[in-house]
Write a protein that binds this ligand. Sequence first.
Ligand code: EZ4
Ligand code: CO
Length: 402
Amino acid sequence: MKIIDAAVIVTCPDRNFVTLKLTTEDGLTGLGDATLNGREMAVVAYLHEHVVPTLLGRDATRIEDTWQYLYKGAYWRRGPVTMTAIAAVDMALWDLLGKATGLPVHRLLGGRCRTSARVYAHASGRDLPELLDAVTAAREAGYTAVRVQSGIPGIPSTYGVSKDGTPYEPADSAVPSESVWSTPPYLRHLPRMLAAVREAHGEELDLLHDVHHRLTPNEAARLGRDVEEFRLFWLEDPVPSELQEGYRHLRHHTTTPIAVGEVFNTIWDCQQLIGEQLIDFIRTSVTHAGGITHLRRILFFADLYAVRSGSHGATDLSPVAMAAALHVDVSVPNFGIQERMPHTALTDAVFPHAYTFADGTMDPGEQPGLGVELDEELAARHPYRPASLPVNRLADGTVHSW
Ligand code: EZ4
Ligand code: CO
């Protein structure tokens, strides 16, 4: 099953997506997501210049060998651009193998371990009443787990909160916009916010919260303790994770479950966090951590240490990635939960897909391969628009983690 063509398709159906499309000599096509939010064209260049020429003529069924070739063979290893490019190839090869064998990818991965994948919704509000309404809407839509974020008194704009009712999209400007941050009001606000949500919505709903890398290990330890009584499902990215040993301090001070990993690209980025049992959930995504092949390697390693999956599922991962994540979710033993931010109707029209949502869960479906197609004509009518993630500063101008 020789690869005879590799096309890189960039489209912006309400937001930017990069898709790799491989074609084999028998006319089968496989899709992979290569979207790296705010750095799309860097991956496009990597694919065009360094990956596509090595794919032509290659046997599409040699998935592991192709992964090793692109990773070890490249000499320069790791990093988001490289690993996203490798991920796209890997996803497309699994898609092709599924189509060639007539099997959905989850069956190639060993078959279902569960009926479907539980997902969590995002709920946000500029203030608490708006947040409580958003949680109500998520529950009415069937979700049993909700990520809660709200505006913080004293801070002009906050990460994770949508503006004027439109779906949250942080990549809001060609040149990065700037936001302002202050940790003390946040640390005061969060326990109050969670108390209000518990008061209004009771104890059964699973609650998650994303700190987005903004605290020091000691600030995070204090926050973890302060919110223990609200029994979070997880506290996400409390500390910038370049400092893996920073999580040891946090871990020793709180039983609040910790989720980390959406910015990781390889198993080596989370080796210590998992091996020392410093986290409860690993959030590596299929697109940014080397594809289905490498994500499974991370999850099997995590299973040894009772760390469960919590795959990143923001709108900046395309429907191809969502499908690939769901095939992994239903087939790994240590699935935890899957993030879901619904794509717009236009994005869904560009990427018609077999996966479905019902009763707070998603299912990859039973179509051969990943179960996603790309409407190239519609995609071409929505060309790339540069968009960057914001940069964050403290009030005195110091650059802070966003
Ligand atoms: O900010 O995917 O948990 N989800 C997140 C995301 C990230 C974006 C960055 O591109 O933190 O919304
Ligand atoms: Co996050």
